[in-house]
Every structure is written in structure tokens, then in C-alpha cells.
Design a protein around this ligand. Structure first.
Ligand SMILES: [Zn+2]
Length: 284
């Protein structure tokens, strides 16, 4: 009998390199509930870093922990004096919050999830600047619809951060939670953030902060156009099979390949942003 293999595709919390790694199904089936932590050694996903991926028993990535988070001098060099209206370069933000937190914040903003930074001290990035940065990526009327918030963590009252995080996840079950140490405490969605990971990496190839925002927002505008077109199809049918729905979209949307993953994102957008009833028209 061949053993089932699950493919995880984690992205390094520090540099964003991502790679598919096969994990034997037995790792997940040993636990009937709870979370599985998988230590990714240096070299397994990216050349330079090791980290921990947290997955649920359906092999879905729900969090990350970085290992060896030290504040380096290069951080200062990442934030040059800037004249532009964009407050910081993407690389600075990735360095400050972690790659997956940045990708996760795009997901949260685009699909309208609450998000909270769990932190113990004042950060040098204000929430206002952070909101503005991400809202710049998202077109009207979908921008400015949800604000990033803070949960303050007092390590004198809660010396064990793990305990504090579990209190917070129990209370905020539907929110995206992360801390500034590149640690993702909870991703509340069931979709993988491959799309966001991809566009962040793509934007990082540019050096101009304005251009970085532009490549991300161009991609998001295209995605929203696809989703709005999908809405018009559903508006005009009583019921449609998933297969026909995908086929119609693929035929009409010349610029996009509609694969299963894109479909999942479109459905999530319609469900979170437009109407849950619309999604019920799609039959398996
Ligand atoms: Zn790395």
C-alpha cells in the first residue's frame, strides 16, 4: 500500500522563497485534532533560514514561527529618506513584520478579515501608515473597508506567550493574528495565500516603492475584475455546476487561466464581499 503524501508549500518568513515539500500523511493522521508543527531546516525551502510551519490536520498552513529573530543593522539601511507618498519600501515591511505577515495582510484586506498585531511595545510603524499602505493596493470601493488593529501583550502578566496566543485565538476565531517577530498566530481562512505570496515576491523584484505598490494593485484589480465578472454569471443563472462555471469563466476571461485555485479565490471573494447566497448557486 502506498502512503498518502501531502504537499505543503510554505514560504520562508524572512525572505519569502517558497517551495513544495512533501509530508507523509501519517504526520497528520496521528493527531485527530490540534496543530502540527513542522520544523523546516535551513536549505529545505530557502538557502539561508530555518523556520517552523504550523499546519492543521488537513495539511493546511495556519501559522509560522521564525527561528533566530535577531534585529540586524541592515534594517536601518532598508528605510531610506523618502520623498514619495508611499511611506516605506516593501522590503522594509517584510523585514519588520515577516514575509508571510505581509502576504497575509494583503489577503485580510482584500477578503475583508479582521487583523491584529499582537505586540508588547510601541512599534515604529503606525497602524495608520500600515492601513494606508495596504489600502493603496486595493481599488475602490473595496479599500478602506477594514482596519488593522493591535492587541497588546504584557509579558509580565503572561510570561508564556503560547498561553497568551491561545487565549487570543479562542477569543478571535475569525481574525488574522500575527506578531512583529515574524510569527503568524492564526490564519482564519481556508485558502492558501499562494496568490499573495506570489505578488509580493513579484513586487520585490522592483526597487521603487511606488512601482511595488503598482504591480500588486494591478494584479488585484485584474483579480477583482474576474470576480465581478463571475458575479454577473451567477446573477443570471438559477444554478450552475462548478465545472460549467469554471469553463465559462475560462472561456470569457481571456487574460486569466481559471484553475481550481483561482476558482477558490474568486468564490472566497464573492462570499466575503458580495453575497453568500450567490455562492450557493454553484453545485458540486
Ligand atoms: Zn529564507
Amino acid at each position: 500500500m502506498t502512503e498518502e503524501i501531502n504537499i505543503l508549500k510554505p514560504a520562508c518568513p524572512k525572505c519569502g522563497v517558497s517551495k513544495r515539500i512533501p509530508i507523509p500523511g501519517s504526520v497528520f493522521s496521528q493527531k485527530s485534532f490540534g496543530l502540527i508543527k513542522i520544523q523546516v531546516p535551513q536549505g529545505a525551502v530557502c538557502e539561508d533560514h530555518q523556520f517552523i510551519v504550523i499546519a492543521d490536520n488537513e495539511a493546511r498552513i495556519i501559522g509560522y514561527e521564525a527561528i533566530d529573530v535577531s534585529v540586524s543593522k541592515e534594517e536601518e539601511e532598508l528605510l531610506p529618506e523618502m520623498e514619495s507618498e508611499i511611506k516605506f519600501p516593501l522590503k522594509y515591511l517584510v523585514h519588520k513584520l515577516g514575509f508571510n505577515s505581509v502576504a497575509g495582510l494583503i489577503h485580510a484586506k482584500l477578503f475583508k478579515y479582521d487583523s491584529f498585531i499582537i505586540r508588547s511595545d510601541e512599534s515604529d510603524i503606525s497602524l495608520e501608515d500600515l492601513d494606508e499602505y495596504f489600502d493603496n493596493m486595493i481599488p475602490e470601493p473595496y479599500n478602506n473597508s477594514i482596519k488593522i488593529d493591535t492587541i497588546s501583550y504584557d509579558d509580565e502578566i503572561f510570561p508564556n506567550p503560547g498561553y497568551f496566543y491561545s487565549l487570543v485565538t479562542n477569543q478571535k476565531t475569525k481574525a488574522f493574528l500575527f506578531n512583529p517577530r515574524k510569527h503568524i498566530v492564526q490564519m482564519p481562512w481556508r485558502t492558501n495565500i499562494y496568490y499573495e505570496t506570489h505578488i509580493v515576491n513579484y513586487a520585490l523584484e522592483r526597487s521603487d516603492p511606488k512601482e511595488q505598490i503598482k504591480v500588486i494593485s494591478d494584479s488585484i484589480v485584474r483579480f477583482i475584475n474576474d470576480a465581478e465578472f463571475a458575479k454577473t454569471i451567477l446573477d443570471n443563472v438559477k444554478k450552475i455546476s462548478e465545472k460549467d462555471f469554471m469553463k465559462t469563466l475560462d472561456e470569457k476571461l481571456a487574460l486569466t487561466t481559471i484553475n481550481k485555485y483561482r476558482m477558490t479565490l474568486i468564490k472566497e471573494f464573492l462570499r466575503r464581499r458580495i453575497s453568500v447566497d450567490l455562492i450557493k448557486k454553484i453545485k458540486k
